[in-house]
Design a protein around this ligand. Structure first.
Ligand code: SF4
Length: 437
């Protein structure tokens, strides 16, 4: 029987640590000068002693990208090992075996990752961040996107003048270049369920679907033609701009008098977009004071400069019209004391007055669609419909093992950068979950 078994056995963890401890961590290490690629051997040894194998592997990988092979076939005795000062006592450090210990360990972890399939639902900022980070770590990531073109809120929520869609497309190409597959036109919760994704072999699933369901004002006339939700309005304009819808679908006509309810960033985006579509006037109103508004200072100032008018401590109690919007009933609001509670914002009696207008855009907030959680057992939401998730160390894990979530689907809508920050934390937790296996 032929025996081609590898001759030399590698170090166990205890042996590797004991060997690394023997290294003197010389100030002018002869081993480094003896190594053709000048591997930082004393620092690698110190990281092994510290138990920080990640750091040790990172230092090793700075200079070497075939460490598993180098550890076995390099003539170490003529290079680093041969140069080690401890050879004078006949006790040179077994650098090749330390390198092999680290490289073999890294290889196993990487192979585990390459085998693990991860599904990301939604290609907005949180989904793209998670997909990119996990793909860089070697996981096989597939993003499922409901729209025909990926990008989520980056493509359909943020107006072109703030974020050119060409830039979104380029960023997505970079994510694809990392090996991420993006399947568009797939609605999770309708075309495929979370259970089916697990059955297809996905070992972890990330929900980053954001908030697509607009909150309604609940006033008479909200269903008239000309009254619309800001999310629908912004998405329609972006679909026209990318050529997916004809220009006849643009929701604003020239010289329209537009009223926007809500003064957060989405409301300001809607107001500025309406002006760009040729609206004759845009009035954005909110029941809070100017100081309390939720839009960023920059967006607010730019909107003012462009001609958007703001009306604070005001909203509407009715939308008028037969079939189309012809006006609204305005009402003033102020904080009052109710039942011992200060600062309850309520309409001021007798403050109602009429205001003619042609379009009403409602931007008072969004919440997540329920289609994923309603078609999956075990994913709990709070009373507002947001997905409940864990904090560290399993950051972002929902109440269903292996299903994670982050971004606007977990809390009130925030900025893109916060969605990305959360995406990073969740990706780390997902990687740790997958490695536990
Ligand atoms: Fe360690 Fe030998 Fe290199 Fe000195 S020469 S740092 S003892 S491996």
């Amino acid at each position: 029987m032929l025996n081609f078994e590898e001759l030399e056995k590698g170090f166990s963890e205890a042996e590797a640590v004991a060997e690394a401890k023997r290294c003197l961590k010389c100030k002018n290490p002869a081993c480094v000068s003896g190594c053709p690629i000048e591997n930082r051997i004393p620092e690698i040894a110190q990281a092994i002693v510290d138990g920080d194998y990640r750091q040790a592997i990172d230092i090793l990988n700075e200079k070497s990208n075939l460490a598993v092979i180098c550890a076995r076939v390099c003539p170490h005795n003529e290079q680093c090992e041969g140069a080690c000062v401890l050879n004078r006592k006949g006790e040179g450090i077994k650098i090749s075996k330390l390198e092999r210990f680290l490289a073999d360990r890294e290889m196993e972890l990487t192979l585990d990752r390459i085998k693990a399939k991860v599904a990301v639902i939604g290609s907005g900022p949180a989904g793209l961040s998670v997909a990119a980070i996990l793909a860089k770590e070697g996981y096989r990531v597939t993003v499922f996107e409901a729209h025909a073109v990926p990008g989520g809120v980056l493509r359909y929520g943020i107006p072109e003048y703030r974020l050119p869609k060409e830039m979104v497309s380029r960023q997505i190409e970079i994510v694809r270049g990392l090996g991420v597959r993006i399947e568009t036109g797939v609605v999770i919760g309708e075309d495929l369920t979370i259970d089916q994704l697990f059955a297809m072999g996905y070992r972890a699933i990330f929900i980053g679907t954001g908030t697509g369901l607009s909150k309604k004002l609940g006033v008479e006339g909200e269903d008239l033609a000309g009254a619309m939700q800001a999310i629908y309005f912004l998405e329609t304009v972006n679909l026209v701009m990318e050529g997916s819808l004809p220009e006849t679908h643009l929701p604003i006509d020239k010289d329209d008098r537009v009223v926007v309810i809500g003064a957060g960033n989405v409301a300001v985006d809607a107001g500025r977009t309406a002006l760009r579509l040729g609206a004759g006037s845009v009035t954005v109103m909110d029941i809070v004071t100017e100081k309390e508004r939720r839009s960023s200072e920059k967006e607010y100032r730019e909107a003012l400069e462009e001609g958007v008018e703001f009306l604070f401590q005001a909203s509407i109690s009715r939308i008028h019209g037969q079939q189309r919007v012809t006006g609204v009933t305005l009402q003033s609001f102020a904080p009052r004391q109710v039942g011992g509670r200060d600062g309850v914002i309520l309409p001021l009696p007798g403050s109602e007055r009429e205001m003619p207008c042609d379009k009403v855009i409602v931007a008072i907030g969004q919440k997540p669609f329920a289609r994923i959680v309603s078609t999956t057992t075990g994913i709990n939401t709070n009373d507002k419909g947001y997905v409940i998730t864990e904090q560290e160390p399993r950051y972002g894990m929902t109440t269903r093992e292996g299903v994670f979530a982050a971004g606007d689907v977990v809390h009130e809508p925030q900025t893109v950068i916060l969605a990305m920050r959360e995406g990073r934390k969740v990706a780390e937790a997902m990687s740790a979950f997958l490695q536990k296996g």
